[in-house]
Ligand binder design. Structure first.
Ligand SMILES: CC(C)(COP(=O)(O)OP(=O)(O)OC[C@H]1O[C@@H](n2cnc3c(N)ncnc32)[C@H](O)[C@@H]1OP(=O)(O)O)[C@@H](O)C(=O)NCCC(=O)NCCS
Length: 150
């Protein structure tokens, strides 16, 4: 699969990214449309992975505090999971926020994704509140190295 990774700028691309977020992260838990976005979209970087001109994966990062990035909304289409798409998105999010001054990133990982983040250099900090009262959630973080800056 030939993959193109880019920062989503156009409205259509962002809408497709939000749709994928909703399908993968919200719909299975009966969450309404709109719950896949928050007030930080305009100040965030949304990365999309495209194959055959379709968005097959996405993720978002923003500067939570000076020097610290937060990654949210990592979602890869069901049929494309486990093929390295998520790893490439994560690398690009880290590189982009590193360019903007972050030396560290954190995220809240669902239980099913903890091994994915461990495989990508994150450490588990602690368990946090359950999502929707049922999904176990874990605070994880990673130190970024200045060598990421191109
Ligand atoms: C979690 C998710 C973003 C990972 O993306 P992905 O494209 O499936 O993952 P990749 O194929 O890039 O995996 C990269 C690495 O993580 C490992 N990995 C991925 N998912 C894993 C899992 N569930 N258990 C163990 N290892 C896993 C892979 O083996 C791979 O390791 P390697 O590079 O050493 O071979 C994706 O599976 C997804 O969208 N899941 C459903 C939604 C979700 O839970 N999102 C995260 C919310 S916090």
């Amino acid at each position: 699969m030939k993959l193109e990774l880019k920062i989503a700028h156009e409205t259509g691309e962002l809408q497709d990214a939000y749709q994928l977020r909703w399908t993968i992260l919200r719909k299975p838990w009966q969450q309404p449309k709109g719950s896949e976005q928050d007030e930080l979209e305009a100040n965030s970087i949304t990365v999309v992975a495209k194959a055959r001109n379709q968005i097959v994966g996405t993720g978002r990062v923003h500067l939570a505090t000076p020097g610290v990035g937060q990654i949210r909304y990592m979602a890869v289409a069901d049929e494309e999971q486990g093929k390295g798409v998520g790893k490439q998105i994560l690398c690009m999010l880290e590189a982009e926020i590193n360019k903007r001054g972050a030396q560290k990133v954190f995220l809240n990982s669902r239980e099913n994704a903890v091994k994915f983040y461990l495989a990508n250099g994150y450490v588990l900090v602690k368990e946090v509140d359950k999502l929707y009262g049922v999904i176990r959630h874990f605070l994880m973080e990673k130190q970024l190295h200045t060598t990421l800056v191109k």
